[in-house]
Structures are given as C-alpha cells and as structure tokens.
Design a protein around this ligand. Sequence first.
Ligand SMILES: Cc1cc2nc3c(=O)[nH]c(=O)nc-3n(C[C@H](O)[C@H](O)[C@H](O)COP(=O)(O)OP(=O)(O)OC[C@H]3O[C@@H](n4cnc5c(N)ncnc54)[C@H](O)[C@@H]3O)c2cc1C
Length: 322
Amino acid sequence: MITATIALHPPASVGVEWETDKPLAGLTSIKIGGPADYFATVTHPHQLLRLVRWARSVELPYLILGGGSNVLISDAGVRGLVIHNRCRAIRIDPAPCCVFPLDERPFLYAESGALLAGAARTSINAGLAGLEWAVSVPGTVGGAVINNAGAHAGEVKDSLWDVMLLDESGDVEIVRAGELGYCYRHSRLKRGQIVQGGFGPVVLSANFRLAPGDGEDIRARAQGFLEHRRRTQPVEPSLGSTFTNPPGDYAGWLIDAAGLRGKRIGGIEVSRTHANFLINPTGVGGASAADVLALMGLIQENVYQRFGVQLQPEIQRVGEWG
Ligand SMILES: Cc1cc2nc3c(=O)[nH]c(=O)nc-3n(C[C@H](O)[C@H](O)[C@H](O)COP(=O)(O)OP(=O)(O)OC[C@H]3O[C@@H](n4cnc5c(N)ncnc54)[C@H](O)[C@@H]3O)c2cc1C
C-alpha cells in the first residue's frame, strides 16, 4: 500500500500544484469521501499528459477525478494519486460564424475536464443541435465519455465523433466513437463498479459532430429539459441516479413501490422527489460512504424480495474499501 509518508513529488517540469492527504468530499457532488494520499490539479492537457506519464514512471497508481458526480469515494479515501481534471477549453470548429456546407458539419472540440453542460451551452449558443440533452447533466466531458452519459433520449454516443486518449502503453491515440463499445451507461473504457487507482487509459479531449439547426428551437428544447429536471430531481447533494434502470422498468419506480421513499440510514436518505437519488441533506461531514453503501444494500434487498429484480449500481465505488 502506498502512503503519504513516502515523499514523492513530480519534477518541476510537470508543472502542477502537489498536495498530500487531500480531503476529497468537497470535490464530489454528494460531498462524501476520505482523503487522497497525493493530489494534483491539472488545467492543460499537456500537464495531464506529463503528470500521468511521470506517475507511471514511478509506479504511482492514479485516478482521474472529473466532476465527482458519479463516484462514491470511500471513507478511507484513495491510495495513490488523484488527478483533478480542470482542462476546460471548448471550441467550435470551424467557427460558428461560417455557413456550414451540409457535408461539412461542424465539430465541438472539448478538453476532457470541460463541463459537459458547458459544452452543451456552447453548442446551443452557436445554433448547433446534438448536445442540448446534456444542458443539465453534471460532470465533465471525460466522465461523460467514460459513462456514455445520457438524458432526454440523447446519449454521448449519438454525437461523439472521436476522442484523444492516452492509452495503457503511454501513447496518445485518436479513437473513433464506434470503437469504444458503447451501450447503456457503459463503454469499454469504464473500469467496473469498484475502482482503485491504477494505470488505465485517460481521455484527453473529445470531438462531437453536431448539426446546424434552428437556434430558437434548440434553445427551447434545452430550456424544456432544464425545467423538467427542476421539477423532477432533488436539489440536495447526490450522485444522480444510484441504480441503472432494469430493462423495461425504472429503478426509481421500483424503489418507490417498495415503500422506501424517505428511508434513512445515518446521514443519507432516499429522496422524496426522485427515489433513485440518495441525498446527503447536510453536505460535507453529514454522511459517510458507509451510510450510502448500507442504504444501497437495503434498497437492493427490498426491491429483490418484492419484485425479483436485482438493481445494478450506476454509480462507481472508488478508493479503498474494506
Ligand atoms: C444531480 C445529478 C444528475 C445526474 N444526471 C445524470 C443524467 O441525466 N445522465 C447521466 O448519464 N448521468 C447523470 N448523472 C451522473 C453523472 O453526472 C455522469 O455520470 C457524469 O458523466 C460523470 O462525470 P464526472 O466528470 O463527474 O465523472 P467522475 O464522477 O469524476 O468520474 C467517473 C469515472 O470516470 C473516470 N474519469 C473521469 N474523467 C476521466 C478522464 N478524463 N479519463 C479517464 N477516466 C476518467 C473516473 O476515474 C471515474 O472512474 C447525474 C449526477 C448528478 C449528481
């Protein structure tokens, strides 16, 4: 096990701020999680590239943290290095002032730490259709590419063209979306339901292919999605949907029908607004990852007993679990 007592520090040429024993709860949307042994924030893909290559060279396992909106970080925290990805650049190529010939649809380029909702807003403001479903989805482009994030009948795979990856052998490669093995909330880049630091591939940037459309129409659709979310989802800290929807059914409906709306363990509660959301009403320090896990187990048991359906977690458990 790697501990923060081993004095490791990347060389100045990597160009990052370096911290040890960094609390992570505040960097997640549910406000839960223990510390990272080592922690660095990157703001440019070259920094990200250099840092990952250095970590590999000293055999320091790393984990990329995007918006922290799909990860339950354990109370014991993460052994190794957590890289907080804040590479945020977004641009439209060619520039939106051009008239696009039909066979030359524009691309939206985003660095992997850019907010997905920010990429959606950029496309909407440019009158481009294809990403408006993402206007209210938290997290980064990198996390969305990994998870095949989706909402309102749209998914990353529908408009993703290609991604730039740092692959497992340390090379940078461009991979077309069709090669990423996409299906419901999954890609071949996703590393399973429990994830520790490792030496896996890193998404550096992504290109989405969009379509010129009626600007007012696109804006109105996005507005409708935002309003729908405000009406149907809780505002308290959460990780969004806890379980994936079983084929032909809705996890939230099953949890509700099992009588679990409002059920509480420790500081964590089944939301009364949307039963597939587990909320942490009091924020940092109010609840533990163990509370979330216990409530998830209770939900799975009750739903299985009542309906014979085995709910599968959509959220990922990260770090050191006993
Ligand atoms: C209120 C709320 C609503 C939500 N609604 C939706 C929804 O409608 N649809 C939906 O699909 N999801 C939804 N989610 C879940 C979440 O927003 C998505 O899963 C999102 O794509 C996660 O992105 P992230 O940057 O936060 O990833 P993180 O949680 O930071 O990381 C997720 C995983 O991806 C890995 N990762 C992240 N970036 C990279 C990278 N650059 N390279 C390699 N690996 C990387 C991490 O190591 C981790 O394993 C919701 C969450 C919340 C809190």
